[in-house]
Design a protein around this ligand. Structure first.
Ligand SMILES: [Zn+2]
Length: 271
C-alpha cells in the first residue's frame, strides 16, 4: 500500500476504534468518540470559564425565578437522565435572548431571554429544549464529527500518527461544546424538550407561543436563538404535531400535584 494511504488508513482506523456507536433518545444512530465523563468534564470547565468571563445577574428575584423553573425541569428527569451530575443554572447579565446547557448538567440563561420568553412556561420550553440537547449527547456528536474531520485532514497531511490524532481529537472536543447544532439535532431537542417540560407540569403549547414571540421581535437583527436555530415556521409546525401526547403528559403531571408556580420578577408579571 502506498505510504500516504497507509498512514491515512491507520489514522482513520484508530479514530474508529475509539468511537462508540449508539442511538439517541429518539433512536437515531449516533457515532460518539468521547465518553460521557470526558464531555461532562469539558462542559464543567467551559461553564466555570464563562462564569469568570461573563457578567452574572445580580438581581436575586430574577435569579430565583429562573432557578425555580430549572428546578422543576431537572426534577422531571429520570434518574438515568439526571446522572450523577450537579445540575446548575447561572443567569448571565446579557441582552441576548439565548440560553444553553452544557454536558454535565450546566445550564446558562441570558437574562435578555426574559423579554421574549415572558411566562414561566415559555422559559421552561427553552430550558427543556437546551437540556434536550444534553440528554441526546449532541455536543459529543458534534465534537466527534469535528474530530473525525480533523483526523481526515491530519491523514492527508501525513503528520505523525498518534500525536496528531490526539491533537485532532483534543481540538474537536474543545470546539464541539459550542458548535452550532444541525437541523436534525434541533428537531430532536424540540421533541425531547416538549416532553420534558410537560413532565415538569409546564404547558407545552408555550413552546409554540415562544416562537411566535421570537419572530415578532425579529426585525433587522433577530434574537440569537433565531439566528442559530433554523426556520421557525416549520419548527412550529413540528411542535404542533407533538402537542397531543405532550398535553396528556402535562395533564397527568398536574393531576399528580406537579404544578409549577415560579413567580416572575415585578417587571414581568405575566404568569
Ligand atoms: Zn437548540
Amino acid at each position: 500500500m502506498n505510504p500516504i494511504l497507509r498512514t491515512g488508513s491507520l489514522l482513520l482506523l484508530s479514530a474508529c476504534l475509539l468511537m462508540t456507536c449508539t442511538t439517541s433518545p429518539l433512536n437515531r444512530r449516533q457515532m460518539l468518540i468521547f465518553s460521557e465523563a470526558e464531555m461532562a468534564q469539558q462542559g464543567e470547565q467551559t461553564y466555570r470559564q464563562l462564569q469568570q468571563e461573563l457578567p452574572i445577574s445580580a438581581d436575586s428575584r430574577e435569579t430565583q425565578y429562573i432557578q425555580c423553573i430549572a428546578d422543576y425541569v431537572v426534577a422531571a428527569l429520570e434518574p438515568a437522565e439526571r446522572g450523577n451530575y450537579v445540575w446548575e443554572v447561572t443567569v448571565f447579565n446579557d441582552e441576548q435572548a439565548n440560553a444553553f446547557a452544557l454536558p454535565g448538567g450546566k445550564i446558562g440563561v441570558y437574562n435578555g431571554l426574559l423579554d421574549v420568553a415572558v411566562t414561566q412556561h415559555q422559559l421552561a420550553s427553552v430550558i427543556a429544549h437546551e437540556v434536550g440537547h444534553v440528554l441526546a449527547n449532541h455536543s459529543n456528536e458534534r465534537a466527534s464529527q469535528a474530530a473525525l474531520r480533523n483526523v481526515g485532514l491530519a491523514a492527508a497531511q501525513i503528520l505523525g500518527a498518534s500525536s496528531s490524532t490526539i491533537e485532532a481529537i483534543d481540538v474537536g472536543s474543545r470546539y464541539g461544546i459550542f458548535l452550532p447544532f444541525n437541523r436534525t439535532q434541533e428537531s430532536e431537542a424540540d421533541a425531547i424538550g416538549v416532553q420534558l417540560m410537560a413532565r415538569a407540569g409546564f404547558d407545552p403549547e408555550a413552546s409554540i407561543i415562544l416562537w411566535q414571540n421570537m419572530m415578532a421581535t425579529g426585525g433587522p437583527s433577530p434574537p440569537q436563538l433565531l439566528s442559530t436555530h433554523p426556520s421557525p415556521a416549520s419548527r412550529m409546525n413540528e411542535l404542533r404535531e407533538l402537542m397531543e401526547p405532550a398535553l396528556a403528559i402535562r395533564n397527568s403531571a398536574n393531576s399528580r400535584g406537579i404544578n409549577p408556580d415560579c413567580m416572575a420578577p415585578e417587571n414581568n408579571l405575566q404568569f
